[in-house]
Design a binder for this molecule. Sequence first.
Ligand code: UGA
Length: 442
Amino acid sequence: MKVGVIGTGYVGLIQAVGLASFNHEVIGVDIDTSKIEKLKRGISPLHEEGLEEVLKKHVNKNLIFSADYNLLKNTDVIFLCVGTPQDKDGKANLSFLFDAAENLKRVLDKKEEYIIVTKSTVPVGTNRKLKEIFKGFNVKVVSNPEFLREGKALYDFYNPDRIVLGFENEKDEKLKDILVNSIYKPFKEKNVPFVITNLETAELIKYASNAFLATKISFINEIAKLCDKVNANVKKVAEGMGLDPRIGKAFLNAGIGWGGSCFPKDVKALIKQFEENNIEPILIKATDIVNEKQLEYFLEKIENYYKDLKERTFAVLGLAFKPNTDDLRESRGIKLIEKLIEKKVKVKGFDYVEKARENARSYFSLKENLIYGYNVVILDDLYETVKKVDGIIITVEDDKFNSENWQKIASLVKEKVIFDGRNILNKENIESLGFKYFGVGI
Ligand code: UGA
């Protein structure tokens, strides 16, 4: 089929590349011309495993990138994949989405039939508003929320747990046929479950899923605090809980809380949707509060150990919000560095992902006029990073830390202390090397 994708960020680029690999004719449109130029040359602006390979295979063949909306005129299905970042008041900012819709309106042919599918995460009711924008056009609006994880985005595209489709009319068999049997045919063949519902339900499935996962993490983080007090081990608590299939073991890893471009903004946007409907979001608000307090709790652990943090130097291992990504948005590591700096601490930062280090360098140098630039240095080598530090702080759950030479690290640091904000290291091994080890709830 002839498919258009508006927006070439995480969601849009993966969608464009993925659908091209299903042999659809795909046009990816973005107003960011520098991104388009890169994509035309087969260069991925995102750090995402395997993406560039598939991109190179299809680009300039059945996958075209352009900044020109006119090319979308001859497509059948158009996916809206622009960002919906958090606004000042916590609401989702829909200006990119509505701008894209207005741009699209200018080029679509009133006599032709189009299907416009929203993949961006949008508050309940947004797709109905889109329908209003396209009044007078022969347009069907569909909500098709995205569930991919950064760092594993391409894998998640090819291996979805479910495909959610919200229709204006749930009984629209023609629409169902196009999306299920044509656009997403390979998923139908793999027996991926399709959830077909109305627009509002589909929109809410996305928010409810992210808020539930965030709640699972906040729940175990709260339990971890009690574990610290009563000599229990939160890893074992999570294991014991997770073996119950009604609970499941995923997203029960305690630590310094959730970050990223999705959970923080989506939890806040869901809270707003409750408030706008005059319902108190008791549980979801608590999920958010627990997350904010978790970082303070971890910082207190560090302060309690050293008493005075002033003039100390720490190695912070982990700059992005999680492993295998260069994304610093709402990164707990970055937030922690900022809090440490306020306490007159010097920080040596490291991340396994080169682009994450680059992003952190520009993030902190942008703040050079403030205190940041002078107190943070981002290094390319882990062993250089830990040299002569008063303590090591781990902020991402990267298993690669376990393959490092901790004997060598022990010989490089000034003081053998580790604050493992992700409970990722093997405590016994680390302690056997003479380190003092502090995790979260273990
Ligand atoms: C999340 C969801 O997992 C995806 O399903 C969803 O599509 C995506 O948001 C989105 O809305 O676009 P992502 O933000 O890429 O994906 O990251 P996750 O892997 O979910 O991790 C989020 C945060 O939770 C990270 O900071 C991670 O360190 C933290 N986390 C995760 C924990 O603290 N404990 C856990 O057990 C799991």
